[in-house]
Structure formats: structure tokens, C-alpha cells
Design a protein around this ligand. Structure first.
Ligand SMILES: Cc1cc2nc3c(=O)[nH]c(=O)nc-3n(C[C@H](O)[C@H](O)[C@H](O)COP(=O)(O)OP(=O)(O)OC[C@H]3O[C@@H](n4cnc5c(N)ncnc54)[C@H](O)[C@@H]3O)c2cc1C
Length: 398
């Protein structure tokens, strides 16, 4: 891929910049990466921005225009992201990860009826989604899941328990894995993939609070929940194939797998360090901190150009190579190192925890760093990712 804009890409970049200048209010620009509790950043407060993006097709810019996406090609999507992230605008779709991932699945496996009923409203952010994969005894070994779905007249009855169901309290719909054939020879062969209204009778959602003080996670319980036939995606007992495909999207879509976001987060750390007084100067005067920053900068560039290599393949209509396997775990660990740098850059203020003594930027540094611990667990832990790379890419024995 040519990393200097072609005239066509430069035109598109100018179009995006002009749109941002016109449609994004000043208080939503220039925000430090990771601020989530700031004033005006809640779901409702971001509605006008979301609606402007939907009208332009840029809330989910890579999806086909016929379903409300932007129909942008992969290079245009990068240009759009570069400008959006450079401008320091918060993600307007909120918990858009699950929405993006399920939309990819519906696009490929959804029936025309499922696409009409679910895909377009999701891309307009009218439907919010959560993910029902993990169970108390089934995380890394997901295929051992115990939640079951029994066939009944007109559909299925689902019973069981899920855990770590992110943002279920705000979701409208859930995609969930359940066992439909307990007798299957391989445990993977007896699983189906369902979508249904998470407010259906028989669903109970209870919160789990995390170290960052957030209510992000939930336990979700399913007591004989009726799901109509139209809630099955990809065919009976074909759920494992669908589930794995969704995980591939999830591992590419998570925040920390995006080198543009990593770059922005590192730039933010530099800004903090340059503004924090320390020993007659500023934190940025510390040569050890500058060396740490330079090392991170090189790692981000490596990841960025590796990602561009994949993108070049996609843009040529080829299948990306094994390099895609490293983005999730390398990015997660890089992200955590960057957020540790944020805390170091903020000096003693970086240890503050919601004291109200510091500005919003500094106050959230400690919270955001604590939150980032989950990056190397979500969507498959770093250890498991390393196992997969060892086996599938390097051909090492089990
Ligand atoms: C921020 C975040 C958001 C999440 N959101 C959701 C969600 O919305 N929906 C959902 O269903 N789940 C969600 N999860 C759960 C996530 O998918 C699981 O936590 C993850 O798959 C790990 O499973 P586990 O927690 O059961 O850990 P376990 O599988 O019990 O693993 C425990 C430890 O053992 C290690 N380990 C396990 N197996 C191996 C192995 N074979 N080799 C080497 N080491 C191994 C792991 O790396 C880990 O360190 C989320 C998690 C996080 C952190």
C-alpha cells in the first residue's frame, strides 16, 4: 500500500475533515483517548453526533450502503478513521464492538428477513447488542459451554447462565451460543448461534462491578426463554463456525488492535508528560521516560505497517495472511504498556482515583489504566492467542 495519499484519497480526506469541522461540536474534539465518563459523553448526549454520522453513512463506514453503512472501501475506511481519531472524537456508537461484530455475521449468514429486521436498525444504532458466549466454566474452552436450547413448537427454549456479558444492561438484543445437540461426537458440533431480544421473559441480568468502579459486566440467566425459529443464525448445530467467524472480527475490531488508536494514546501520554510539573521542569524532561516512549513508538509503527500489509492484500481482493493473528494480543499488551506510561507521565496525579482534585483528563488516567487490564483477556486471552499462533502459524506441536 502506498502510504502517501493518491489524489483520490486526498480528496476523500479533505471531505472527511470538512465534515468533522462542520458536524462535530468543539467539546467533542481533542479529547484524550479513553475518556469515557466526561461530561457530554453518555449515550444520550452523543445522540446528535451519532445521528449526523448515520445520515452520512459513517457510523459503520465499511458496511454496504443498502443497509445504511457508508460503503467505503478498506483504504477509505482507514482515511476516515485516521481523521476521526486524529481529531480526538469519542466513539459515537458507544458499545459498538458487539454491533459491528454481529453485523458482519448477519451480512454473511443472516436470512433476508434477519437482515431487514436486524442489520439496518443496528447500523442506525437503533439496536444495541451484547454477547452471550462465556459461562462460569467456559471461557477459553468456549466449546464446553452448558447453556442449552431445546426444540419446541415454533422455536427453541433456552436455559442456562452466561457471565461477563458486557453492557447487557443497555442492550436490546443478544447473540448467544447454546448447546442444541448434547450427543454430538465433538462438543463443537452440538452448538447453535441464536439472536433474540434480551428483554424476553425468562432473562435476568445482574451486575458485576469491576476494579475501575464500572458496571460494564453482568451475569445473565436464562430460564426457559422462548426464541422463535427466526432467531437461529447459520443453521442448527452450525453455531461453532459462526461463533469462530465472529471472534475473528472481534479480535480485529477491538480498540487495542487498532494502531491508530494506540498512536493517539501515545501522543496523549506525551501531552500529559509535557504538561506535568516535576523537579523544576516537567515530567517529559526525564530521559528514561523518553526512551520508554521511543520504544513504544517503534512497536506501534511495526504494528501499523503490518496492519497496512494486511490492508493492501484486502484492497487487492486477496485474503490477509497470518499476520492478522498477532494484532489482538500484540495490540492488547502494547495498549497496556501505553496506559502505564500515561500514569507515569501524570506523576503523582496519575495515582488519583476520582478525588475531584484534578481535571477530567488526569482523573481518568488511573481508572483507564485499571480498565485496560481486560484488553489481554477479552475476545480470547493473550496466552490462548499465543497457543493458537504457535500451533497454526508456527506449526509447533500441541
Ligand atoms: C473487557 C472484557 C469484556 C468481555 N466481554 C464479554 C462479553 O461481552 N461476552 C462474553 O461472553 N464474554 C466476555 N468476556 C469474557 C472473555 O471472553 C473471557 O474472560 C475469556 O475468554 C477468558 O475466559 P475466562 O475468564 O473464563 O478465563 P479462563 O479460560 O478460565 O482462563 C484463566 C487463565 O488461564 C489461562 N488459560 C486458559 N486456557 C489456557 C491454555 N490452554 N493455555 C494457556 N493458558 C490458558 C488464561 O489465559 C487465563 O490467564 C469479556 C472479558 C473482558 C476482559
Amino acid at each position: 500500500m502506498n502510504i502517501v495519499d493518491t489524489p483520490e484519497q486526498a480528496r476523500f480526506r479533505a471531505e472527511v475533515r470538512a465534515w468533522i469541522a462542520t458536524h462535530v461540536p468543539p467539546h467533542l474534539k481533542g479529547l484524550r483517548q479513553g475518556i469515557i465518563r466526561g461530561p457530554g459523553l453518555g449515550w444520550e448526549a452523543l445522540r446528535p453526533l451519532r445521528e449526523a454520522l448515520v445520515a452520512q453513512g459513517w457510523l459503520f463506514p465499511g458496511f454496504p450502503a443498502e443497509y445504511g453503512g457508508g460503503g467505503l472501501d478498506p483504504i477509505q475506511q482507514i482515511v476516515f478513521q485516521e481523521e476521526y481519531i486524529r481529531a480526538g472524537i469519542p466513539p459515537a456508537a458507544g458499545a459498538s464492538g458487539s454491533a459491528t461484530n454481529i453485523s458482519q455475521i448477519l451480512l454473511k449468514w443472516g436470512t433476508p428477513e434477519q437482515k431487514a429486521r436486524l442489520l439496518a436498525p443496528t447500523l442506525r444504532a437503533e439496536l444495541r447488542w451484547c454477547q452471550g458466549y462465556s459461562e462460569p466454566g467456559s471461557g477459553s474452552d468456549l466449546a464446553s459451554l452448558q447453556t442449552r436450547a431445546e426444540r419446541v413448537e415454533g422455536g427453541y427454549r433456552i436455559s442456562g447462565q452466561k457471565i461477563w456479558t458486557s453492557l447487557a444492561q443497555h442492550a436490546d438484543w443478544i447473540f448467544l451460543l447454546a448447546r442444541t445437540d448434547p450427543q454430538a461426537r465433538r462438543k463443537q458440533d452440538g452448538i447453535s448461534f441464536f439472536v433474540f431480544d434480551v428483554r424476553s421473559p425468562g432473562v435476568t441480568i445482574t451486575p458485576i462491578y469491576t476494579i475501575d468502579g464500572f458496571h460494564h459486566f453482568n451475569q445473565t440467566f436464562y430460564d426457559n426463554v422462548f426464541v422463535p425459529e427466526s432467531g437461529l443464525v447459520g443453521g442448527l448445530n452450525q453455531g461453532w463456525t459462526v461463533a469462530k467467524a465472529l471472534l475473528v472480527h472481534e479480535r480485529l475490531n477491538v480498540t487495542s488492535a487498532n494502531p491508530l488508536i494506540l498512536r493517539r494514546a501515545l501522543d496523549d501520554a506525551k501531552t500529559i508528560a509535557r504538561g506535568q510539573a516535576q523537579a523544576g521542569g516537567v515530567v517529559w524532561d526525564d530521559p528514561a521516560l523518553c526512551r520508554r516512549t521511543a520504544a513504544l513508538e517503534m512497536d506501534i509503527d511495526c504494528m501499523r505497517y503490518t496492519r497496512y500489509r494486511s490492508l493492501t492484500r484486502i484492497a487487492r481482493g486477496e485474503v490477509p495472511g497470518n499476520e492478522t493473528m498477532v494484532f489482538k494480543f500484540f495490540g492488547a499488551e502494547l495498549f497496556q504498556r501505553i496506559l502505564e506510561l500515561h500514569q507515569q507521565a501524570a506523576g503523582t496525579a496519575g495515582l488519583a482515583w476520582d478525588t475531584g482534585l484534578f481535571g477530567q483528563d488526569i482523573r481518568e488516567v488511573a481508572v483507564h489504566n485499571a480498565n485496560s487490564r481486560g484488553r489481554s483477556i477479552e475476545g480470547g486471552t493473550s496466552e490462548v492467542q499465543r497457543n493458537v499462533i504457535a500451533k497454526r502459524v508456527l506449526g509447533l506441536p500441541d
